[in-house]
Design a protein around this ligand. Sequence first.
Ligand SMILES: Nc1ncnc2c1ncn2[C@@H]1O[C@H](COP(=O)(O)OP(=O)(O)OP(=O)(O)O)[C@@H](O)[C@H]1O
Ligand SMILES: [Mg+2]
Length: 770
Amino acid sequence: MSALFDLPASHTPSRSDHLLADLNPAQRRAVEHSGAPLLVVAGAGSGKTRVLTRRIAYLLAERDVHPGQIMAITFTNKAAAEMKERVSDMVGGRARSMWVSTFHSMCVRVLRREAKTLGMSSNFSVYDSDDTRRLITLVARDLDLDPKRYAARTLAVHISNLKNELISTQEAADAATNDLERRVAEVYAVYQRRLVESNSMDFDDLIMKTVELLQRFPDVAEHYRRRFRHVLVDEYQDTNHAQYTLVRELVGVAGGEVPPAELCVVGDADQSIYAFRGATIRNIVEFERDYPQATTILLEQNYRSTQNILTAANAVISRNPNRRDKRLWSDLGEGEKIVGYVADNEHDEAAFVAREIDHLIDSGEFNNSEIAVFYRTNNQSRVFEEIFIRLGLPYRVVGGVRFYERREVRDALAYLRTLANPEDTVSLRRILNVPKRGIGDRAEACVSTYAERERISFAAALREAVHDRVPMLNPRSRNAIAGFVELMDSLGEMVTRGDDVADILEEVLSRTGYRAELEASDDPQDHTRIENLNELVTVAREFTEQPPASEEDTVVVEGSLAAFLERVSLVADADQIPDAESDGVVTLMTLHTAKGLEYPVVFCTGWEDGVFPHMRALGDPQELSEERRLAYVGITRAQRRLYLSRALVRSAWGQPSANPASRFFGEIPADLLDWRRVEPTRAAPTTATTWRRGSTASGGLGSRPAPSRGWQDTPAMKLDVGDRVTHDKYGLGSVVAVDGVGPRATATIDFGSAGTVRLMLIGGVPMTKL
Ligand SMILES: Nc1ncnc2c1ncn2[C@@H]1O[C@H](COP(=O)(O)OP(=O)(O)OP(=O)(O)O)[C@@H](O)[C@H]1O
Ligand SMILES: [Mg+2]
């Protein structure tokens, strides 16, 4: 992978020519532009990120902007760190006062400083999706909701969508028009109250509360507007409404106390792949309407990929309806053809990839770190890992079950979080009886009921329990609770004293008996758990010893427990991407994680209908468009070599299933593909020629040869007109028409305010009949 944020190596501030020399005229205009909001829209690899970084350098060098006046938003913490490093190479320590971070990190920072204004305390916890789901489960249980009908996961999605649209609990309740919406609003309200009681915020709150802060407190908004005179946002297509509003609030409007900051956003509507998180292309499409003075600059030259790769990417994305066509070209030459491969099964596919990597390395043309393997979902990495291990091929998987998601790591962090913020209910309840100390479910329920009745936090109710004020609690549980409270209090003293995080953690693991329990176990998994905990201690130790460069306006004391927790709670998959220079390993990751990156050699695997595009998308035109954008992202990561492969049979959840070729194959002009292996003619005589020529329809299922087995055989849902259903995405609906039979059956469903949608009734559709 080459550097994302390339600045000329030997730059001196006075030589801005140097900053502009290797840019094309459109890029140069974007870097030099001043005044009105600037939107740079362009296809993949056209230098958007380069423009953004270069613009920062230019602001500092040529326009006398102080680094402290710059706020830049990137999509990952790693990208932020990298960008910051580049700028400090250039301007030295001054770069520290620049804010370069993800939306979430930026908001945590603002909120910790301004917590008091919002009536919160600054040691709040940040809940990730797992914590959120836990809390919603508790709330739904207290509200007596049927978990089959209202899964916590679904409720969480709905609540998150509301927050991404900045809809308050009251507004959600007022706007609810059907049962599901009313239920969601009810859960949302209780959930939100519990979050406040727990002195905690979820990821969506971070954005929403920051918006609230800036909107409700003009003097606070003014403070930030005076400070940040330049706001820059990368990957703008993936911002949701809340983030969009946040940017607008930060920038301010003409006629306000402070003139608006200069805004520069760069993005590509064709790479919007987070619609499921509420990202909306609307932010790009309507930028000009929302900022009437805005200047738009288009970039058309791609500097990343050879023409063959680019032509394939353009051909695929052009199948999406309602998009602005772009003329992206490259002068890097046609390059090699795209290699296609049909494997017998997923092991064969992995073996092909491994063999090919071997050839590429042997040829001397590429090294490991220049190679990436992509797949649609994390679970597909396993077969690659198996074979890479066997062959001794160094690799790194980005994402998957992440270190910080492992049970024991989460337990240990829950202790630390409870110590940092005693009101944090989810963390507290997680460790209440871990390891077992005689505080059973019944005791927990008594305390929780009492807390709910008295409208006090769970932590406060626990203290009441010690004083025997919680009804129905038996003496044994009460003693156990007293012991626990005492233990936490004494560990809490270490925090108050400001002890090192690593020491606190060691103390937690020994005094709670957590480590001893694992050590006494015969289960080899528990030994791995000990290793993971040791690893966490090491992380904490390193954190204490090498605190990050302190920034002038950070309120959290570096090296402190709160800062450590903040660091670990905002780690994203993409933050683990290996550095090209140092690691020398092949990188494996999902297509989503690959956004913004580039590699000389890319393997896109699992190109099968039902795998990629994902099963969920097969009957849903909008989802299918999003999958196609994902294909576009995948293809355009490749600089010189691109491989596309599929397996005839793939085991998913232990069941082998035969998958037809991904419809995206048929969307790539046949003459760009060099098939190393096609489907054996014996199995399906017409298949190979079908996609050799490229299918004409944009993926109509009818044009595919029937697979022998596979998703089409998974039981279809039987629906009749008038049936009521609940769909993970659209909510409650009623069936208005049913057409076709077997795998081609479709139902037209009226989802009320979510609209009327036609869905295929294949297995795997996230919909339940009520
Ligand atoms: N004018 C230029 N001359 C030479 N190389 C360039 C130029 N502009 C960009 N590049 C290179 O092209 C590659 C792609 O640039 P960059 O990553 O900035 O594109 P992008 O538009 O941000 O892509 P994506 O849409 O994938 O995020 C990088 O390696 C970059 O260094
Ligand atoms: Mg980019």
